[in-house]
Design a protein around this ligand. Structure first.
Ligand code: SF4
Length: 394
């Protein structure tokens, strides 16, 4: 597995796979061909929801000084991954460079045929929670120490910056007043929930407010942290920022919890997928909830078995969750779903802690089931906006 730096990234919303990934690919191709006319052909989910996700804008921004055309190909797809892009560079009408590349989730890119689970950047020797738990027991270290043992020395600084941005995104969202972009003209709701919290002192209202603040920022194309994706970027801040506000938790403890959640996200990414276009929303919101639940269980107990159980519960009860956003925009159901799943992360952690350690399904098994379920989901439920909720907008 790769560094958790590859999981937590600061970038512009609304979609790590549909804006961050294509933007990154465009930058690479632009460097290779700085003076050519360029076409960028989008396939699969990128074609079907690219307009709503602003994929074309993310690509055109990179080639602002060149002749560029973005083509939406609704007919052809690739089995390797739905999110395919084919860049071509032309000189005097002749193709001088061509690149087929895939945006596989969380802003990551893969070349055609590149093994999905393996990476030259792998730094972790273990690929399952079962092996990690056995290792830390043998070494007598915590899950957070496991991360620090395998990452570079600057990982705590990196995670400190990640948490700083999560708090900033919450604050920016609470300060913003603009209507969200797109046909639906959605109003932001985070401040209504914050007012409700001040009136009722309800913990859940504060979680909703903080998760919504970030998700609404993401929907507006503002800066968020992928955790594990942009679409699901409200869940972790909704949990961790709220936890800190209510418990006065020092940043160092939150950083440890972020590290532990990173293991869970990494396992899902390595052994299944964090791409809605590949496995549906279970891979985005489901994994975000699992990560957040692990983080909360760690903050409350430090017990690795309870962390595993909390993460397992959270993911198990998101299995089969579809991705069918209205108008192809990361708004409905995405924004509300972040808030609901942030509360579910607390419920999952509390349930695990209250019920004890005995359980029959492991996190490793649930991740495998998520992959299988995702592959069995029909394409219309995998970020294509041709089925489900997408057909039921006003
Ligand atoms: S429904 Fe879920 S997976 Fe799909 S765009 Fe929204 S947050 Fe992402």
């Amino acid at each position: 597995m790769e560094s958790i730096k590859e999981l937590y990234k600061i970038g512009l919303g609304p979609s790590s796979s549909h804006t961050m990934g294509p933007n990154k690919a465009a930058k690479i191709f632009q460097k290779r061909n700085p003076n050519c006319k360029v076409t960028a052909e989008l396939f699969g989910s990128l074609a079907l929801t690219g307009r709503g996700h602003l994929t074309d804008v993310a690509i055109k921004r990179v080639f602002s000084n060149q002749d560029v055309e973005v083509i939406f190909n609704y007919d052809d797809t690739f089995d390797y991954h739905s999110n395919a892009m084919r860049f071509k560079a032309y000189d005097n009408g002749e193709i001088v460079d061509e690149w087929l590349v895939f945006s596989v989730g969380g802003g990551d890119l893969k070349e055609f045929g590149e093994p999905r689970g393996k990476s030259a950047k792998s730094i972790y020797p273990h690929h399952s929670m079962t092996d990690i738990l056995a290792y830390i027991e043998k070494e007598n270290i915590t899950l957070a120490e496991y991360v620090y043992k395998h990452e570079n020395n600057d990982i705590k600084d990196y995670l400190t910056e990640i948490f700083r941005q999560m708090k900033q995104s919450v604050q920016d969202g609470l300060n913003a007043t603009s209507v969200l972009p797109g046909r639906l003209q959605l109003k932001r709701k985070c401040n209504d929930f914050l007012k409700n919290y001040h009136k009722t002192n309800s913990f859940n209202m504060l979680i909703y407010a903080n998760a919504l603040a970030v998700s609404e920022q993401n929907a507006s194309g503002e800066t968020v942290v992928t955790a594990p994706t942009c679409g699901s970027s409200g869940v972790m801040p909704g949990c961790l920022v709220t936890y800190q506000q209510v418990n006065n938790t020092p940043d160092e403890d939150i950083i440890d919890a972020l590290a532990v959640a990173g293991i869970v996200g990494n396992l899902a990414k390595h052994n299944a997928s964090i791409s809605g276009a590949e496995v549906g929303c279970q891979g985005e919101i489901g994994v975000a909830c699992s990560m957040a639940s692990a983080a909360i269980a760690y903050l409350q107990t430090k017990d690795p078995e309870l962390v595993e159980y909390a993460a397992e519960i959270a993911l198990e009860h998101h299995l089969g969750m579809t991705c069918d956003p209205i108008d192809g925009m990361v708004q409905i159901p995405c924004i509300e779903r972040n808030a609901i799943s942030a509360v579910a992360a607390f419920s999952s952690a509390n349930y695990a802690i209250a019920s004890g350690k005995e359980h029959f399904v492991t996190l490793d098994s649930v991740i495998k089931v998520m992959k299988d379920t995702g592959h069995d989901l029909q394409e219309k439920y995998k970020e294509t906006s041709i089925g489900g909720l997408a057909l039921h907008s006003k």
